[in-house]
Design a protein around this ligand. Structure first.
Ligand code: NAP
Length: 266
């Protein structure tokens, strides 16, 4: 797909995967709407995008707040009429057992990771449907396929994102608007810098760069597929889990539980 002069809106564009996705789209001449809470970080990203001579719009917005998303979408649609690609990337996890996390902590992950995506889709989909074109890319995780101890509520938010996307994909058939989920595993970003991950091993040698994931997001923006798992080799693990759940689930559950227990003991 030729992204030149297309309008790409990326939530969570102030760091990590979202920032790198903005850079990769801008390299191809796309205009970029940068959305996140930290305005100073977004402005730094916008400055970096100046090198590519594209139009940028910085929108400070907490996607978990539906009034803020509504206000942000008004500003964006006033400037650009419609957007071509919506990348729902804003998200985070809080590590800890369900017994240890508060209801507010569990709820906050759902509000940003799941409802944030819904608020953006509800505000931008009508203009895409009107012009009969556009693509939504939702950034889930391999945690959308495995319920794991220590990140149960994060997994739930990503399972929900995948299920919603699958249902919506059927609804969008023949409308000209597409939707694809990108599900990465272990990416070197600020994601694990939250205090709850303090005692966790940070990255393995197999961790992905945000550039690898950003390039997959560009492919997803024009893909007929429901889900793209990155790296693709992990598709084998998801297939194994779905095909032999009674074999795979106890193995994975045991290893993640062991890690959770060892961190609790420290
Ligand atoms: N890193 C991984 O290993 C990994 C693996 C699988 C999936 N993912 C997913 O990839 C996505 C991006 O994560 P990342 O790895 O790039 O982590 P990151 O560097 O921490 O980036 C997270 C981004 O989300 C934004 N954000 C968080 N809460 C927000 C809110 N309420 N409203 C608006 N923006 C919000 C943050 O910006 P502000 O703080 O400025 O708002 C930041 O730009 C997430 O959805 C994550 O679940 C990550």
């Amino acid at each position: 797909m030729d992204f030149k002069n297309k309008v790409i809106l990326i939530t969570g564009a102030s760091s990590g995967i979202g920032k790198q996705t903005a850079i990769e789209f801008a390299k191809l001449g796309a205009n970029i709407v940068l959305v996140a809470r930290r305005k100073d970080k977004l402005e730094q990203v916008a400055n970096e995008l100046n090198d590519f001579h594209v139009s940028t719009l910085v929108c400070q917005c907490d996607v978990s707040k539906k009034d803020q998303v509504k206000e942000m979408s008004k500003i964006v649609l006033e400037k650009f009429d419609s957007i071509d690609i919506l990348v729902n990337n804003a998200g985070f996890a809080i590590y800890g057992s369900v017994s240890d996390l508060s209801i507010d902590e569990i709820e906050s992950q759902m509000k940003t990771n799941y409802f944030g995506m819904i608020y953006c889709i509800k505000n931008f989909l009508p203009s895409m449907l009107k012009k009969k074109s556009g693509h939504i890319v939702n950034i889930a995780s391999v945690a959308a396929s495995f319920g794991l101890p220590g990140i149960a509520s994060y997994c739930a938010s990503k399972f929900a994102m995948l299920g919603f996307s699958e249902g919506l994909k059927h609804e969008l058939k023949d409308t000209g608007v597409g939707i694809t989920v990108v599900s990465p595993i272990m990416v070197r970003t600020d994601f694990f810098d939250r205090p709850s991950f303090e005692k966790m091993p940070k990255y393995s040698p197999m961790s992905l760069s945000s550039k690898t994931v950003a390039k997959t997001i560009l492919k997803a923006a024009n893909s007929p597929r429901l889900e793209i798992i990155v790296p693709s080799v992990v598709r084998g693990a998801v297939w194994m889990k779905n095909t032999f759940p009674y074999f795979i689930n106890p193995i994975l559950g045991k290893s993640f539980k062991k890690q959770l227990d060892s961190i609790k003991q420290d």
